[in-house]
Write a protein that binds this ligand. Structure first.
Ligand SMILES: Cc1cc2nc3c(=O)[nH]c(=O)nc-3n(C[C@H](O)[C@H](O)[C@H](O)COP(=O)(O)OP(=O)(O)OC[C@H]3O[C@@H](n4cnc5c(N)ncnc54)[C@H](O)[C@@H]3O)c2cc1C
Length: 375
């Protein structure tokens, strides 16, 4: 156990691991505490898409950070391979957003316009063009937007590699359920574990994903909610879906191991993270409408986990108002794998008082929530 660390990071998901690695690289002594195991929640089961063109805040305030996230991932993949020998399987992917009708096609045209304005490579295809690329898409289609700005990683290997690199750089990680904060003269100076142990540190980072929203007697409430998401992994021999195709909330994509991932769902189900029959039906109904041939696929795995989502869909980063010494690294929503290196740098900079070129922007700053909401 590393008592009196410069910082304690609570949470061994992609976000906590990124903060811990970044702090350690900058010379801080860091203890990471995870109550289950590394990458055992959303960070280990996420699709792993590094998609700068879709989701909340895009086009908008997230875009520049998403692009920065991709360039950091490209450097990190090499660094992590060097220091840990773990290949995070970073690769570029061609994504095709589909339109089922003329209205949908007009939306794709708008998306194409802003993507080209931003200098991103994209191209609009009619339904024939889409089927030329993905012949199994025999459902109704008006066309598709082919995007060449997308990458992906294996999110489980990525999170494991971050922690391995953190340990390699001198950080230490232990198992523990953090149930309270230790304070000296009103300042947060450590955490209390369910076992009764205390771990001391000059700063404490709560990177506890959706559970930060639950708060507890001993831990402040960070305003995030769990948003449940489920994914099916299918065995479907052949070469279909080497392009990731998506329509509305559904997508189909083949991963490097040959399995085809079909997703996903978005549900307010509290902290219930069990795979459900209803999600299995909803996902299969969505993807079969696009590609009826998937009816013959074998379901190999069905996963469910919880995204940490803030009220305005933006990350919650930096000093927690009203709790000197306490920092938040949370609220990544559907983009936590993509944004984790950016969030790691921003929070490490806030703790060490040196932004290193990555200051926390106002729209991500934990201070935007009132003391009442965050305390
Ligand atoms: C279906 C699905 C698909 C997704 N696809 C993508 C994608 O393609 N691209 C992308 O960028 N993002 C994606 N995401 C989002 C991404 O998974 C999350 O944003 C990200 O994993 C959040 O990371 P985190 O470290 O904040 O939280 P988590 O991964 O939940 O980690 C938090 C950790 O804190 C620990 N913890 C909590 N409380 C305590 C405590 N009191 N003491 C000790 N430890 C504690 C937990 O055990 C957990 O391990 C997806 C999410 C889902 C659900």
């Amino acid at each position: 156990m590393a008592a009196n660390a410069d910082a304690i990071v609570v949470g061994g998901g992609a976000v906590g691991a990124s903060v811990a690695l970044e702090l350690t690289k900058r010379g801080a002594t860091v203890s990471m505490i995870e109550r289950d195991s590394i990458a055992s929640h959303a960070s280990g089961f996420a699709y792993g898409g590094l998609f700068p063109t879709m989701g909340a805040g895009i086009p908008g305030p997230i875009l520049q950070h998403a692009m920065h996230g991709i360039s950091l991932h490209r450097q990190l993949a090499l660094e992590l391979k060097d220091s840990t020998e773990i290949d995070v399987e970073l690769r570029s992917v061609v994504s095709i957003d589909l339109a089922a009708d003329e209205d949908g096609f007009r939306n794709l045209e708008k998306s194409l316009d802003w993507q080209l304005e931003e200098g991103l490579k994209a191209e609009l295809l009619d339904s024939e063009g889409v089927r030329h690329l993905e012949p199994a898409l025999t459902g109704n289609l008006a066309g598709g937007l082919v995007q060449l700005s997308h990458f992906e990683v294996d999110s489980y290997k990525y999170t494991l590699a971050l922690v391995a690199a953190f340990e390699h750089a001198g950080g230490n990680h232990r198992t523990g359920d953090v149930v309270g904060l230790v304070r000296d003269a009103g300042r947060v100076t450590g955490v209390r574990l369910a076992s009764g142990d205390e771990v001391r540190g000059n700063a404490v980072v709560l990177a506890t994903g959706p559970w930060a929203g639950a708060g507890s007697e001993g831990l402040p409430h960070i305003p995030v909610e769990p948003k449940k998401g489920e994914i099916l992994r299918l065995r479907f021999p052949g070469r279909d879906f080497t392009h990731r195709v998506s329509l509305g909330g559904h997508y189909i994509a083949r991963k490097p191991d040959g399995l085809v991932w079909a997703g996903s769902t978005e549900e307010d189900a509290g902290f219930d993270d069990r795979p459900s029959v209803s999600a299995r039906y909803a996902i299969m109904a969505g993807v079969l409408a696009l590609a009826p041939a998937l009816e013959s696929a074998e379901i190999v795995e069905h996963t469910a986990c919880l995204r940490p989502v803030s009220a305005d869909d933006m990350p919650i980063l930096g000093a927690v108002p009203g709790h000197e010494g306490l920092f938040a690294a949370n609220g990544a929503g559907k983009k936590g794998i993509l944004l984790s290196p950016v969030m790691g740098r921003m929070v490490a900079g806030a703790i060490l008082g040196d932004s290193g070129g990555d200051p926390i922007p106002a729209e991500f700053n934990a201070a935007r929530f009132t003391d009442q909401e965050s305390a």
